[in-house]
Design a protein around this ligand. Structure first.
Ligand SMILES: Nc1nc2c(ncn2[C@@H]2O[C@H](COP(=O)(O)OP(=O)(O)O)[C@@H](O)[C@H]2O)c(=O)[nH]1
Ligand SMILES: [Mg+2]
Length: 355
């Protein structure tokens, strides 16, 4: 995910002023000592103004160009970032930084003109004072914007690294129905755990090998997609809904036995809610078939048939029926995105080889 790896370091105003002043002080005269005093001072001040304003401009530009541009972001990340930062403040702060860049250029032009036409050393010193105080005021004036951007960069850097290009299966179902076990069965390398951008919730990303590549991801969200949406606060709801933009398929796990502690109708109610909130295809999974009685399985099958949900049988304890489930999704709802993904990764690999 590119926008996280290029996040810039953002100083606060005090830090930026300190760096600016030390930059200014550290620039020494490089002109021949034979020049008369005023000309040496003039050259030194020109070099200092040019050097320090160039430094400040590249600091501002580095921030503006390397912070994510909201309109370019995948909607999954845009929605998640919308939870953790105030997008209007963020855009305003970047806008102010752009305007400040223009102001820096104009202050430095004024200073250079004054230095160029200065008649004596005092006038040069006056130009220096004017330049330093205007730039320092300008940086101090950016205090709230730099703070906003710094906080945003820190929060954005903590977002989970989820691929928005890979075909994605999102797993839902009440607690203890076997979601984590399913991810463990189908993930061919260790699932990654990442913080979801609020409270203590995390998301688990399993990686499934397809044609020799980790080309499909399976996402489990403990504490999020395992409870009725009506019990969710606004932020949790928004975080759940961000997954809409990612999910190509939803697997809904059902425990037909009494072991999970949730009655069948509770589980079916959540299934209905989830299928209404997501646009992706949903497939129900009757899990724990190693444990369930034939009668228990039959009751669930009949209900799912009545409600019109397709379903499969698995034992996530023994990993039976689990890879078959994934293969079916790969040949069904994930197919188009998978082909595109394999194509772009293949092209990228070829491109890297040709370099
Ligand atoms: N017998 C049996 N137990 C299972 C199966 N799948 C999960 N379990 C058990 O059910 C419990 C909850 O499973 P887990 O994967 O943590 O459920 P989650 O809360 O939905 O993530 C664990 O003790 C699992 O070992 C299954 O297919 N058969
Ligand atoms: Mg779990």
């Amino acid at each position: 995910m590119n926008f996280k790896s290029t996040l810039p370091y953002i100083p606060n105003a005090e830090e930026a002023v300190r760096q600016f002043i030390s930059k200014y002080r550290s620039m020494e005269a490089k002109s021949p000592t034979s020049l008369p005093g005023i000309e040496r001072l003039r050259r030194l001040e020109v070099a200092r103004v040019k050097g320090t304003s160039g430094w400040l401009l590249s600091l501002f530009r580095g921030i503006v160009y390397n912070m994510p541009f909201m309109n370019d972001l995948h909607p999954f990340y845009r929605e998640l970032i919308g939870i953790i930062i105030n997008i209007d403040d963020y855009k305003h702060s970047l806008g102010k930084l752009i305007n400040s860049s223009k102001a820096v250029s104009s202050i430095s032009r004024d200073a250079l003109r004054m230095i160029k036409y200065a008649q004596d050393k005092d006038e040069i010193i006056k130009a220096r004072r004017m330049y330093l105080s205007r730039i320092i005021d300008l940086i101090n004036d950016l205090e709230p914007e730099l703070r906003t951007l710094k906080e945003a960069a820190i929060k954005i850097s903590r977002l989970p690294s989820v691929s928005v290009e890979k075909p994605t299966i999102v797993i839902s179902g009440m607690p203890n129905t076997g979601k984590s076990s399913l991810v463990a069965c189908v993930s061919t390398k260790k699932p990654e755990i990442a913080d979801y951008p609020f409270t203590t919730k995390q998301i688990i990303i399993g990686h499934v090998k397809v044609y020799g590549m980790y080309a499909v991801q399976v996402i489990d969200t403990p504490g999020l997609l395992d409870r009725p949406l009506s019990e969710r606060n606004r932020i949790e709801l928004q975080a759940i809904l961000a997954l809409r933009h990612l999910a190509d398929s939803i697997v809904f796990m059902i425990d037909p036995t009494q072991h999970s502690g949730y009655a069948l109708n509770q589980q079916l109610n959540l299934l209905k809610e989830i299928s209404q909130s997501f646009k992706a295809d949903i497939i129900a999974v009757i899990n724990k078939v190693d444990l369930a009685t034939e009668e228990e399985v039959k009751v669930v099958e009949e209900s799912l048939r009545d409600l019109g949900y397709p379903y499969r049988l698995t034992s996530a304890l023994k990993c039976t029926g689990t890879r078959e489930l994934i293969d079916e999704l790969i040949n069904g709802p994930l197919r188009d995105k998978l082909i595109t993904y394999l194509k772009i990764t293949h092209e990228r690999a070829l491109g890297a080889e040709l370099k």
